[in-house]
Design a protein around this ligand. Structure first.
Ligand code: NAP
Length: 326
């Protein structure tokens, strides 16, 4: 019997062509609706491989249903939606998509920083709504980005790529990780700071950590109070690293100046969410890596990882590094 691969969103035929040549492939037939849990459970039961999205909770129930499962190829670098420990116990390989999305996500992060600092969304809306009646000295005046201090929390692959872009804007670069990175300090002129130092000194605080039990709720009102009143907070990591109620309070009481957010506690964020009522918030629908080239590369990497594992070869990008083929 040919191995069975289930894909949880509709992906282009051109990308999955090679999978179809070797395996039986089935796909959830929607691009913009998540696969329901009961369908995922039923498919996991039959599948040798699952190609999943960050919106799928690949939890204990899915992994235990998957008696034949050998690999989860998650189309994201983050894997907080997958129960890695449960996969480890069952000898299931978990793969993600690092590297191929680094530059595009860094571009979006820096664009969001610029747009938030320079109030670009408000300004664009102002013109389209016919409110531009005259030039005025402080019309929609924002904050300078160049020569300011950026503080990157989570100086990983994307963090480094953001630091590189910040260097082009003559910014001072602070970073915080659990481990110091001398080579990054040398290469990019970044300076290590404790979390407390970083949040109090930076003009732009950019979060790019993975979502883990340690980073969940990392940004609370106490942290926002430590920031400069002029600080701009940018989150492109995962929503739950931020307490959104606290962020709303910080933005409405003047503890910080503005926020640019690509990710939210609950996605999609509801239209009635208080953060969306604020002019000093730019909200994007989790599009950090969303360019045609990068999303295609991410899909292709998932396909390659599945092909490798199902044909007994080592995958390119394994999350649970201790995994061994059985
Ligand atoms: P990465 O290379 O693994 O970098 C993550 C960095 O975070 C590492 O340098 C790590 O350093 C640091 N970190 C981990 N736990 C930390 C903690 N408790 N405190 C401080 N720093 C911590 O990953 P990446 O490719 O740069 O991606 C980072 C994250 O961005 C992903 O996990 C994902 O959630 C998010 N992302 C979002 C989008 C989007 O569309 N919005 C797109 C891509 C990625 P230490 O281990 O030394 O602490």
């Amino acid at each position: 019997m040919r191995p069975y691969v289930y894909i949880t969103r509709k992906l282009p035929d051109a990308v999955i062509k090679t999978l179809k040549q070797k395996f039986t492939v089935n796909m959830w037939d929607h691009e913009d609706i998540s696969v329901p849990k009961d369908v995922l459970l039923a498919e996991a039961k039959k599948a040798d491989a699952l190609l999943t999205m960050l919106t799928d909770a690949v939890d204990e129930s899915v992994l235990s249903a998957g008696e034949r499962l050998k690999v989860i190829a998650n189309m994201a670098v983050g894997f907080d939606n997958v129960d890695i420990e449960a996969a480890r116990r069952r000898g299931i390989a978990v793969c993600n998509t690092p590297d191929v999305l680094t530059a595009s996500t860094a571009d979006l992060t820096f664009a969001l920083l610029m747009a938030t600092a320079r109030r670009m969304e408000e300004a664009a809306r102002f013109v389209k709504e016919g409110k531009w009646n005259s030039w005025s000295p402080f019309l929609l005046a924002g904050q300078d980005v160049h020569h300011k201090t950026i503080g990157i929390v989570g100086m990983g692959k994307i963090g480094e790529a953001v630091a590189k872009r910040a260097g082009g804007f003559d910014m001072n670069i602070l970073y915080h990780n659990r481990s110091q990175k001398p080579e990054v300090e040398h290469k990019l002129g970044a300076v290590y700071a404790t979390f407390d130092e970083l949040v109090s000194k930076a003009d732009f605080i950019v979060c790019l950590t993975p979502l883990t039990p340690e980073t969940k709720n990392m940004f609370t009102i106490d942290v926002f109070r430590e920031m400069k009143k002029t600080a701009v907070f940018i989150n492109v990591s995962r929503g739950p690293v931020v307490n959104e109620q606290d962020l709303y309070e910080a933005l409405t009481t003047g503890e910080i100046a503005a926020a640019g957010l690509d990710v939210f506690e609950k996605e999609p964020i509801g239209r009635e969410h208080p953060l969306l009522t604020l002019n000093n918030v730019i909200a994007l629908p989790h599009i950090g890596s969303s360019t045609i080239e990068t999303r295609t590369a991410m899909m292709t990497l998932c396909v390659e990882n599945i092909e490798s594992i199902l044909t007994g070869k080592p995958p390119k990008t394994l999350v649970n590094k201790e995994w061994q083929p059985v």
